[in-house]
Write a protein that binds this ligand. Sequence first.
Ligand code: ATP
Ligand code: MG
Length: 389
Amino acid sequence: MKEVILIKNGEISLKGLNRSIFEDKMISIIKRRLKKYGKFTVSKSQSAVYIEPEDDNFDISEAVSAVGRVFGIAAYSRAGFCEKDMDVILKEAPDYLESVLCDVKTFKIEAKRADKKFPLTSPEIASELGGAVLKRFPHLKVDVHSPDIIITVEIREKGAYIRGAQYKGAGGLPTGTSGKAAVLISGGIDSPVAAYLMAKRGLSLFAIHFASPPYTSVRAEEKVKTLLSKVARYSGTIKLAIVPFTEIQEEIGKHCPEDYFTLIMRRMMMRISARVAAENGCLALITGESLGQVASQTLPALAVTDEVSELTVLRPLIGMDKEEIILISRKIDAFETSILPYEDCCTVFTPRHPHTKPKKGQCEAAEKYLDAEPLIERAIAGIEYSFIE
Ligand code: ATP
Ligand code: MG
């Protein structure tokens, strides 16, 4: 039996008049992501999208897993496709469903007739196919209330679609429909998760990483790129800016009180990020901060970093525990990379007793002998850009 991929829109269906904008964006993302798996056509009905391979060279298994990473999709499945003739359906559907029906004990069939010219009614279709399934798999029983699996048969203009298992989609909103934001990415566990979560809400991503060679190594930069490539599997291509940060950290070390090192460093990161992000069309910054996780993530510390950012700062992990963050990190396959032990610039100049209750005026006083503006300009001039797929 020929196969297609069936996709159910998620939150997009609630978008009223804007719905087609969201839907079209999602479809264009699907088209781009699946291009490498062969030739196919895409069509849409009320709340579903159909992907139909044009020939046998289409790699449907790979295409299905790629579909599982497109935001905006509530559920997806593979479905068998045949001529809309009841005899053909009864002959081909049970064979097609074999792999999903072997492992279950009860089932239910739901039939839907978009093509009202089809000679049988929906209940008749369900009952005939139910009979054929029971005959072919005698271990099964029908359970209309809580079946192990629901098989759906849909009669549409082009033919009949038979669907077994349905998988949960990536959810969220199609990438780009909420605009663009810049994630401050370290090599840690948190920031890739923050990036993934905001991409899920429809943001396309730009990334900024601060590197302090020779204190930080090339391998640390490679690690950041690997982490971004894990996120890019969901978000699509990410442009990355690597900012040289050594001089700024050394100057902070020379001119500022030690207990303010981290805070001033983070304020410099925010100032630079807001500028670079705005130049690259971003409307917000994203960080992986979580309230109280470390000294620089107390409310007063977040406040003194916020105030120097000209852009809104999004912190999707703010209310999450490390364990909750790790679950998502594992889900997006970033965790094993995140725990590789390479130095981040934040860990290079850490004060012995960092301030946890800084005040705005105190930070400004502590920064007094730092000639910030030329340092910022030099760092921005030294940025290296790359694209992560
Ligand atoms: P992560 O696991 O993301 O490294 P963390 O818990 O180690 O986070 P910090 O090191 O205090 O926390 O960093 C807080 C946030 O600051 C990070 O989540 C990230 O958004 C940003 N950040 C930290 N280091 C860098 C860096 N070298 N380049 C860019 N952003 C950074
Ligand atoms: Mg870190």
